[in-house]
Design a protein around this ligand. Structure first.
Ligand code: ZN
Length: 317
């Protein structure tokens, strides 16, 4: 593990996508993929939308995938350039036979491929988001286990953040410049970069250059943004200054209750966020009961009954 002082992101914090049906989403991510639902809340910029967070036991940075769901706005998007184009998880070496059988038992068709010397199982979630599980020998993160999924099989968190852009030069310059990533490998149109502090699985971004890719269209079944992790507010503010100094339009700090965030769009069109590792999901729920109640930030508590009446109820995992 990296213990050096860092002023750039340490790796992936979370990936956020858009769901077409929240109950189908909860069932798939908790029962089929075996993640823990760690927070049930709303979009802080639009409290009529659910915001569901899944991850490991604590919802650790690097393990988190989140979904927005807007009631009545289930229109499908299109996966394409200017977007994150897959959610890629790390799983223990030797677990891929289990995963293919488990997915098949839930009616999910999967395929195997090789990439950078690792075996990948590729499939799609119920809304069509491309999902991959990579067998990784070296990754000591502990995944959440369920009745069906043991520690020897559990997804340990995200492996890489894959984005597709029509032209990669400016994106690569940002990632290797102010963000501090280093080129690790290149294979055809795909280049893999690792965070400045290293760390392997969970600390990569894959940039795919595809000049003929159709532009992505936001909507259900697409990924909305990728967030990079920084340890604290001080690092976030230094990244905000560095991004602005490099000519990137970067947002003010937004209070996301479980972390503090800034947002900017990389030159290829993908929305990036930088999120702090603290305070995390136990700030408003006990660790053992994460994800069980609808949690609202203070500014929305007075409108709780109205918000609850607009959101469809979600059944137990
Ligand atoms: Zn986010």
């Amino acid at each position: 593990m990296n213990t050096a002082v860092t002023t750039t992101p340490t790796g992936i914090h979370h990936i956020t996508a858009i769901a077409g049906d929240p109950q189908v989403n909860v069932d798939f991510y908790t029962r089929v993929l075996g993640l823990r639902l760690v927070k049930k809340t709303v979009n802080f910029d639009d409290p009529t939308a659910y915001h569901l967070y899944y991850g490991d036991a604590a919802g650790s940075p690097g393990s988190i995938v989140t979904f927005f769901y807007w009631p009545g706005l289930e229109a499908k998007g299109r996966v394409g350039s200017g977007q994150n184009t897959a959610i890629v998880f790390s799983a223990p070496a030797g677990s891929l036979d289990f995963w293919q059988n488990h997915l098949s038992a839930h009616g999910v068709v999967s395929h195997r491929r090789e990439r950078f010397g690792e075996t990948v199982v590729a499939f799609a979630d119920p809304d069509g988001i491309p999902i991959e599980i990579v067998a990784v020998a070296e990754d000591n993160r502990a995944g959440w286990t369920t009745a069906d999924i043991s520690a020897a099989q559990a997804l340990r968190g995200l492996h890489t953040a894959e984005i597709t852009v029509r032209s990669a030069a400016k994106t690569e310059a940002l990632v290797t410049g102010v963000m501090g990533y280093q080129l690790q490998r290149r294979d055809g149109a795909r280049a893999r970069f690792e965070a400045a502090g290293g760390g392997g699985s969970g600390h990569y971004i894959d940039i795919i250059a595809d000049p003929s890719a159709r532009p992505g269209v936001g909507g259900a079944g697409t990924i909305h943004h990728i967030a990079w992790s920084v340890p604290d507010d001080e690092t976030e503010l230094s990244m905000q200054s560095a991004l602005a100094a490099a000519g990137h339009l970067v947002s003010d700090v937004r209070d996301r209750n479980y972390f503090q965030s800034i947002y900017y769009r990389e030159p290829g069109g993908v929305l990036f966020e930088i999120a702090t590792a603290n305070p995390g999901f136990a700030i408003d729920e006990a660790p053992e009961s994460l994800g069980t109640a609808l949690k609202l930030p203070a500014q929305f508590e007075r409108a709780r009954s109205q918000i609850e009446s607009l959101l469809p109820p979600l059944g137990a995992k």
